[in-house]
Design a binder for this molecule. Structure first.
Ligand code: SF4
Ligand code: SF4
Length: 424
């Protein structure tokens, strides 16, 4: 049943490129019939980790865990190591994404580089040729870094205009914080408009999703501990995330810390409290805005982030939020939960397959005729923006909560609503 849902099987029609094929390879290695080597590593690198097979599996096979463990074993054995790969992995996973201050400092430098037009000059002079091939390919897709980060936009504690009915912690993410801090502000505004007291820690470490998906389970566990220490789950009714990929990892801290007696119980409580923003809003019955986000009726479609739909099973709630907003005409996207090809570092490691999936997604989006495509994961957001730009298609990409926040802001007399600090 999983085969027709698997994008890599669909591309090649080869059993080994399917979930069944990969599980059978893993079993052969576990049984000692096959050696873990380059062939296995290549197969696991070809897998998107989109988890569509997991949603389809009637037996409830936990493909996500198998996949993470296989990638961790490959890394441990150093099968794919080359000096340049070790350098970039160390820089990204061990240095940048372990140190939030350093990551923001790098974000500020990148913002300056983009704002001054130095990036365009470097491209015009052909200096990008000096980059390693993988990074050269990725360079045009570098996200625009926002001028203000989440802590510049969101106070440590914000209270709703009316009596608070719950207390939540807001997770600001890494890429989300650098490239989409305005979405974090929108999320805070929507929570306030729905009577939540919002608490946002200034220096949040990476949630560890990047590490876990890339075979670094030790570092992922240490980041999970730091996160639990910083945001004790017992202090909140919910811990809110607005990035599909992060959320999918964040709600499995208990598996990561199962063997750690100091954290195991808190990790279980943490998992119970982590909620995707759309899921949480539907749980607490969101207030219907009295205004539309736009002057005229606007059509919107929705792309499911794999890790939100398959990893977290949050499918109906973002659609429900979109359908709640006055002035939006919702159009369902064909193959909405088919991976867009972003899949973490997939566009670097598997550029051809990534581009094929991107084109397929863009074709479907264009086919709906919608003026906006909504999605809820920074990876999908950036990948779809770059695909639309390359195809010359004028469709805006937005988070559902951004559209909801915009509708609340346009209300003439907000009732029980927000004093938005969103920059105009
Ligand atoms: S995670 Fe996605 S690409 Fe990998 S086996 Fe499952 S469906 Fe196929
Ligand atoms: S058990 Fe699940 S993953 Fe395995 S073949 Fe059946 S549907 Fe596919």
């Amino acid at each position: 049943m999983c085969l027709p849902t698997c994008p890599t099987y669909d591309a090649t029609r080869r059993e080994r490129n399917s979930p069944r094929g990969r599980i059978s390879l893993m079993r052969s290695i576990a049984d000692g019939e096959l050696e873990m080597g380059e062939e296995f590593a290549a197969e696991m690198s070809y897998c998107l980790g989109c988890l569509a097979c997991q949603s389809a599996c009637p037996a409830g096979v936990d493909y996500a865990r198998l996949f993470e463990t296989a990638r961790a074993d490959i890394e441990q054995q150093g099968i794919r190591d080359t000096p340049s790969r070790i350098f970039w992995r160390t820089l990204v996973l061990r240095v940048l994404f372990m140190r939030p201050r350093l990551l923001r400092w790098m974000g500020r430098a990148l913002h300056l580089y983009q704002k001054t037009g130095l990036d365009r000059l470097v491209r015009r002079l052909g200096l990008t040729r000096l980059l390693p091939a993988d990074l050269r390919r990725l360079e045009p897709q570098t996200p625009r870094i926002e001028s203000k980060f989440s802590s510049d936009l969101i106070a440590a504690a914000e209270e709703p205009a009316t009596h608070a009915r719950c207390r939540v912690a807001l997770l600001t993410g890494c890429i989300q914080d650098l490239a989409f801090s305005s979405i974090n502000r929108d999320t805070a505004d929507v929570l306030l408009a729905n009577g939540c007291s919002v608490h946002t820690q200034e220096w949040q470490p990476c949630c560890g999703s990047l590490h876990a998906h890339n075979g670094e389970l030790g570092m992922a566990a240490s980041l999970a501990r730091r996160m639990i220490d910083l945001i004790p789950p017992g202090d909140y009714d919910a811990i809110i995330t607005n990035a599909g990929g992060c959320g999918s990892h964040l709600r499995h801290y208990s598996t990561l810390l199962a063997g750690d007696h100091r954290y195991a119980d808190r990790a279980k409580e943490w998992d119970r409290k982590v909620k995707d923003i759309h899921e949480w809003l539907v749980d607490i019955h969101p207030r219907i805005p009295t205004a539309s986000p736009f002057e005229t009726e606007t059509s919107v479609t929705y792309h499911d982030s794999c890790h939100l739909a398959h990893g977290q099973k949050v499918v109906s709630q973002p659609r429900a939020i979109l359908k709640l907003i006055p002035g939006l005409r919702y159009i369902e996207l064909p193959e909405a939960s088919w991976c867009c090809g972003s899949a973490g570092v997939y566009s670097i490691t598997q550029p051809e397959q990534s581009a094929r999936l991107q084109e397929r997604k863009i074709g479907h989006i264009a086919g709906t005729g919608a003026l906006i495509v909504a999605t809820s994961n920074p990876g999908c957001h950036l990948h779809i923006v770059s695909g639309l730009r390359a195809a010359g298609i004028n469709v805006a990409v937005e988070q559902p909560v951004t559209l909801l926040a915009r509708a609340y802001r346009r209300e003439k007399k907000p009732s029980g609503s927000i004093e938005s600090t969103y920059p105009s």
